[in-house]
Design a protein around this ligand. Structure first.
Ligand SMILES: C[S@@+](CC[C@H](N)C(=O)[O-])C[C@H]1O[C@@H](n2cnc3c(N)ncnc32)[C@H](O)[C@@H]1O
Ligand code: SF4
Length: 362
């Protein structure tokens, strides 16, 4: 079964840290975009028969008017009816009862809200526009409508914070009892407001050791509060994300929209990030994946998961031994990697440096 990702690249304002394809636009641009998105969806019509997860992400999908959102849902309504998990990303300040009722009508059954922090100073620095009371109100509204799969996104390592701030954010998050929490470490991206501030000496980044301590603290507290850590930055209480697991398990997915990517019929493609180019023709690059590419991906994506990769599955897929193809022994000796029965995984408190380890291995 495949996943379908739909990118909505519009936001009402731009956050200090974000480098996702996004822009602030009026209704005319949004409507024209939706027309092109429909044409792109139609171009995949022969591959859309076995979708079991849909992810409508952004940007901010709920910055579309209800009328445009309904056009989109209507376009893919047959897929939404049959698919198991249908997620929409939401910015809290734009969540209304009417919006949620529309989503429910079209079988959207997973709701992912960007919260990032509950601390006023952090929210301001991130250039976001919510507060604790608003988040509480929106989650209560969701629950009152029978929504039972809610994720919140949080960010740690925000400049000006310490462990006590992480503690505060975690306690607030636990009090809301979301079904899933994505807790990302702040990544300083090029061409963002934060990068501009850093270059002008207006931003003091946190020390790496403090950020690593924050990660360990988050992992401990999540466990104490009944959340299962299943991927570097993801925790669930019985409902892991079916769609995101597809990326980590190397399942096929179709991506449509500005800057989206897909993995389909042995090809990896990425769409244009520039709107003008996207409107002319969506796909920017498309490459056939070699066996070596696939092997590397198996390792890179699989080792993001807490229970790691399967040695026997690797052998079945590639007809070769994972230990012959990659020098894993060094990291097993260093106790950064561990092997238990059929599985090789990164030790939880080393997950934080998994990028460095993986770069070296591949
Ligand atoms: C790109 S946003 C889209 C959803 C929605 N617009 C929102 O802001 O919640 C998805 C999530 O990515 C995460 N994110 C984006 N840029 C990030 C960065 N530079 N570092 C860490 N997390 C980031 C944030 O947690 C954010 O909620
Ligand atoms: S984090 Fe979300 S709301 Fe903020 S700019 Fe990025 S996509 Fe838009």
């Amino acid at each position: 079964m495949k996943g379908l990702y739909i990118h909505i690249p519009f936001c009402n304002s731009i956050c200090s840290y974000c480098d996702f394809p996004k822009m602030v636009s009026g209704e005319k641009v949004k409507s024209e975009y939706i027309d092109h998105l429909f044409a792109e969806i139609d171009s995949y019509k022969d591959d859309l028969y076995d979708i079991d997860s849909v992810f409508i992400g952004g940007g901010t999908p709920n910055s579309l008017s209800l009328a445009l959102l309904e056009r989109l849902f209507d376009k893919i309504s047959d897929i939404l009816k049959k698919s198991k998990e249908n997620t929409i990303e939401l910015n809290p300040e734009l969540v209304s009862k009417e919006l949620l009722e529309l989503c429910i009508k079209y079988n959207i059954n997973r709701y992912s809200m960007g919260v990032e922090s509950f601390k006023e100073e952090s929210i301001k620095l991130l250039n976001r526009h919510h507060n604790l009371a608003m988040i509480q109100e929106k989650i209560t509204l969701m629950r009152s409508l029978g929504i039972n799969n809610v994720n919140i996104d949080l960010i740690f390592g925000i400049p000006g914070t310490d462990i006590n701030d992480v503690k505060y954010d975690l306690n607030m998050a636990f009090s809301l009892n979301p079904d899933h929490i994505s807790y990302y470490s702040l990544i300083l991206e090029d061409k963002t407001i934060f990068m501009h501030m850093l270059k002008n000496h207006n931003l003091d980044l946190l020390d790496d050791d403090l950020v690593a301590d924050m990660y360990d603290y988050i992992n401990e507290e999540m466990k104490k509060h009944g959340y299962i850590h299943y991927e570097v930055s993801n925790y669930h209480k019985g409902k892991p994300s079916i769609h995101n697991l597809k990326y980590w398990n190397l399942d096929e997915y179709i991506g449509v929209g500005l800057g989206a990517s897909g993995d389909l019929n042995g090809y990896r493609y990425t769409n244009h990030k520039n709107m003008k180019d996207y409107l002319v023709s969506p796909v920017d690059t498309k490459e056939k994946m070699t066996t070596l590419d696939r092997k590397k991906e198996y390792l890179i994506m699989g080792l993001r998961l807490i229970d790691g990769v399967s040695v026997s599955k690797y052998r079945n897929i590639f007809k070769s031994d994972i230990f012959d193809d990659f020098d894993l022994k060094k990291y097993l000796k260093l106790e950064i990697l561990r092997q238990k029965d059929d599985r090789i995984y990164i030790v939880e408190n080393k997950m934080f440096i998994s990028n460095v380890v993986l770069e070296d291995i591949i």
